[in-house]
Ligand binder design. Sequence first.
Ligand code: PBG
Length: 340
Amino acid sequence: MESENRKQFVGMFPTTRMRRLRYLPAVRSLVQEVQISPSKLILPLFVCSGTKVRKPIASMPGHAQLSIDQLGDELSEVQALRIGGVMLFGIPSEKDARGSDSMCSDGIIQQALHKAKETAPDVLVISDVCFCEYTDHGQCGIVSETGGYTDVDNDATCELLARQALSHANAGADMVAPSGMIDGMVESIRKGLDQGGYEHLPILSYAAKYASSFYGPFRDAAESIPVAGNRKSHQMDPAVSADQAIREVALDLAEGADMIMIKPALAYLDVIAKVKNQFPGVPLAAYNVSGEYSMVRAAAEQGWIDQRAATLEMLVAMHRAGAQMIVTYAAKDVARWNAE
Ligand code: PBG
């Protein structure tokens, strides 16, 4: 086996010296394969009610909850920086057990979508489709008693997810991204969109999303901490075989997903690589989640790590593993560094 492998290479030392590829910066640059471009990055934004609100998110330096009137300026900046798009999350002022605000034509996310399309029609706007930001219990769907324990009711949630997605489409979303890991969610949303006349509107499915501790800062930002319990009955267990992610992706594709997302990214590069390998033609996204961003920012603030170098290295690794687009809180930073 070893000699088999060796045959693939040109030769051995001293005939072959790998360092020849590394002495000159110009040669190093030529042999690079992975490049970070802002056009491949998607910036998450949190939209809240009120006016003139820019409420900093303590656990995510550089990020704030924005009221709708702030969105125009933010999106102009995104456009000027040539960032690939934005992912919108709504934080309603009123939450209830069914997450009604998320399905209502004048809900927070619908208002934000209208505003976005009005002020910056060329910026790609993706809406996160889930219930955890909108329910008073903080769960990702409607909750019912099943077999003696309280949990997200799968099929009832699917129906509501379809209504939510259709309502986002009506308000102007260019793409919807269901993030709840509810079985059948993609099929249900696809049907709802098609019936509503949105056959052309793509679905970016969070196909393999893990029950991760790296979402901590996001839950502060989106005010979506579950009041009780956790999300382990729908989000994946980090300790299962990466092959389970392959099944999840296959199911979502069969249900009509156009693009697939793996989340989180950094601790799941093996999953990204496997999915890329199994489904080479499928557009693949990685979500560089809040905890990954905040770790770098916190260490950089202490002077323990170089924020720019560490951020770019992480994004390069995600691309190298196989993600062609990355949802990242660092999108604006990267675009500014690129412009320097
Ligand atoms: C659910 C959702 C979450 C994130 C994106 N969509 C939170 C969760 O599943 O608990 C987390 C993103 C991040 O940590 O950056 N609507």
